[in-house]
Design a protein around this ligand. Structure first.
Ligand SMILES: [Zn+2]
Ligand SMILES: [Zn+2]
Length: 469
């Protein structure tokens, strides 16, 4: 089956800003999103398949499969059109797929398909999951500009897909995995959300849901985890992030934004927030009265300071920028400030910290940080430098210290983090921008010139007809 352009690969039109090559420049672009069954146009498909036997059913049942099979085995050209694909239908289609796979060595995962039994199944139009009744459609209001967006747009980790899927002939990268908005549609099986709910989508939109990690609510460590953008989705198309008007996400990966949190300043919690909250919980860095060091005062670091104070910790910010001291203490509530390039200060502070969260994504030295830790101290890195860091072993052994890592958090824990933030009134400090400011924002972000997170006012950047205002 020929690859479709991003504009036509899904049934629902969407509009956003995207990068198309490694220049990193973003510009307006039409593309499309998956949609679910209500908007499925049966009449259109019927006219396209005239001349064949049409077998319509709302949702599949055993009788439907039997009739379909009799027609098909009898040598007739049969189209099966399922307009409401519920779980039972999915399972029955799986049965058919298995049967046909054995006959023709051809895999399908579609809600509509044509069968010429003597040759093969031909995949047309919709794919099953596109009409998934588990999906939530979200009108995007705001989305955060994460440092990962900058890494991705410049392909600094070497994993950005340009072009996205071979065969498209051009490039499209729709960033952002800090998405908040309002629910506009829900599939029939959706239980947690209803139209009008305030929701968010973080770093992932899918996982296998079966493996050991998924079963322990650690979808973030699933080896088949699907990132919110620049990842291959279940059907082989690319996922597109939040720099756009709307998104369709499976219910399981949608978060509820508590009522007392403002949507705009909550967006960064979905990546920056959970990225620092999860290691604090997992590594036991929440004991009141203990001393936490936060390295780097950017999007992640400033939330870590706020979380640390909410956990009852003493918090020291460690930064290369002396200019950030006043704000760290006066505005964010840090107890003290260390300039990491000031060797006297660092020496005086050695053996004073119980925990360190290192949020720096540039290559930097770990030795001075490990020196700040007390006996049994823990240093957790959450930044992603594009080159390996040197790890001095002596101080680890002599002080029974540990260095660990952590990658965002599972969906359950992300929801817990949002509730914790709601209880303690924690949000990110943001600079609200319009979509057409994004290239300047990226430029400024590359120089760490933001306090502390850019958030795009999506709702006021696009007109209802789907173009830039
Ligand atoms: Zn992020
Ligand atoms: Zn899994």
């Amino acid at each position: 089956m020929a690859k479709k352009s991003p504009e036509h690969e899904h049934p629902q039109k969407a509009f956003g800003w995207a990068a198309r090559d490694t220049s990193g420049a973003l510009s307006p672009f039409d593309f499309s999103r998956s949609d679910w069954s209500e908007s499925f146009d049966c009449a259109c498909v019927s006219s396209a398949i005239s001349g064949a036997v049409h077998l319509h059913c709302v949702s599949m049942n055993a009788l439907c499969v039997l009739v379909f099979s009799i027609f098909a085995i009898g040598g007739l050209n049969v189209w099966l059109i399922v307009s409401d694909v519920d779980n039972a239908s999915c399972q029955l289609v799986e049965v058919l797929k298995f049967f046909v796979f054995r006959l023709d060595d051809f895999v399908v995962s579609v809600s509509i398909f044509e069968v010429d039994w003597k040759t093969k199944i031909v995949v047309v139009e919709q794919r099953l999951w596109e009409n998934n009744v588990d999906d939530v459609t979200i009108k995007i209001q705001y989305c955060g500009v994460c440092h990962s967006d900058l890494h991705s747009v410049k392909n600094e980790w070497g994993i950005t897909m340009y072009p996205i899927v071979p065969g498209y002939g051009f490039h499209l990268l729709v960033l952002s995995h800090e998405i908040v908005g309002v629910v506009t549609k829900v599939g029939n099986n959706v239980k947690k959300f209803k139209v009008g709910d305030r929701v968010g989508v973080g770093v992932m939109v899918g996982s296998c849901e079966k493996c050991e990690n998924c079963k322990q609510d650690l979808e973030n460590y699933c080896r088949k985890m699907i990132l919110t953008y620049n990842a291959i989705d279940h059907d082989g198309t690319l996922t597109y992030g939040g720099y756009s008007d709307m998104v369709v996400v499976k219910e399981h990966y949608v978060l509820r934004i508590p009522d007392n949190l403002p949507l705009d300043a909550s967006a960064p919690l979905l990546c920056a927030g959970i990225t620092v909250y999860s290691p604090m919980q997992y590594y036991g860095m929440t004991e009141p009265g203990k001393h936490l060091g936060v390295v780097g005062l950017g999007g992640l670091g400033h939330v870590a300071v706020k979380l640390g104070k909410a956990f009852g910790l003493k918090v020291t910010v460690i930064s290369t920028s002396p200019s950030k001291e006043k704000e760290a203490i006066d505005k964010l509530g840090a107890d003290s400030f260390l300039i990491s390039t000031n060797m006297d200060q660092m020496k005086t502070a050695s053996y004073t910290l119980d925990y360190i969260i290192d949020t720096v994504s540039a290559v930097h030295s770990l030795a001075p940080l490990i020196g700040l830790l007390k006996l049994n101290g823990k240093l957790v890195t959450v930044g992603l430098p594009n080159k390996p860091l040197e790890l001095p072993i002596f101080p680890l052994i002599l002080g029974r210290k540990m260095v660990g890592g952590s990658d965002i958090g599972g969906i359950k824990e992300t929801q817990e983090m949002l509730e914790f933030c709601a209880k303690h009134n924690i949000t990110a400090d943001i600079e609200l921008i319009k979509m057409d400011y994004i290239n300047t924002a990226m430029e400024r972000l590359s120089k760490s010139d933001v306090h502390y997170r850019f958030v795009i006012d999506i709702a006021n950047s696009f007109s209802p007809s789907g173009s830039s205002l």
